[in-house]
Design a protein around this ligand. Sequence first.
Ligand code: ZN
Length: 138
Amino acid sequence: MINKIDHLGIAVKSLDEAIPYYEKALGLKCEHREEVPSQKVRTAFFHCGEVHIELLEPTSPDSPIAKFLEKNPAGGIHHIAFGTDNITAQLKQATDAGVKLIHEVPFDGAGGKLVAFLHPKSTFGVLTEFCTPKPAAH
Ligand code: ZN
């Protein structure tokens, strides 16, 4: 079940240039920065109430974020992420409803979460992520 909007993903050319806007102009606090090799991005997270802001900077020209910035040179909202308590069931529900997936199998995202994306052609143009905390390793 989807239980919240977990975060908004925002593409930026440079974390170092964008972070001061969020900290100084908006007064939010950067909680942590992390590189996510699977997505070829560096991320910075801000708390905004229950929701997080995830800034995404490409680490390589073939990063999905680099491609987004080619089309949107100023940057912009890249994706919306819904938190779910069962990502596998959530993906099945979407598939059963006829939604095309980008990832059939969840993978390691930022913040120790499992994530998977739905195809924007199936979601009325909004790149949509499901995410769930990764079960603790035993
Ligand atoms: Zn995300």
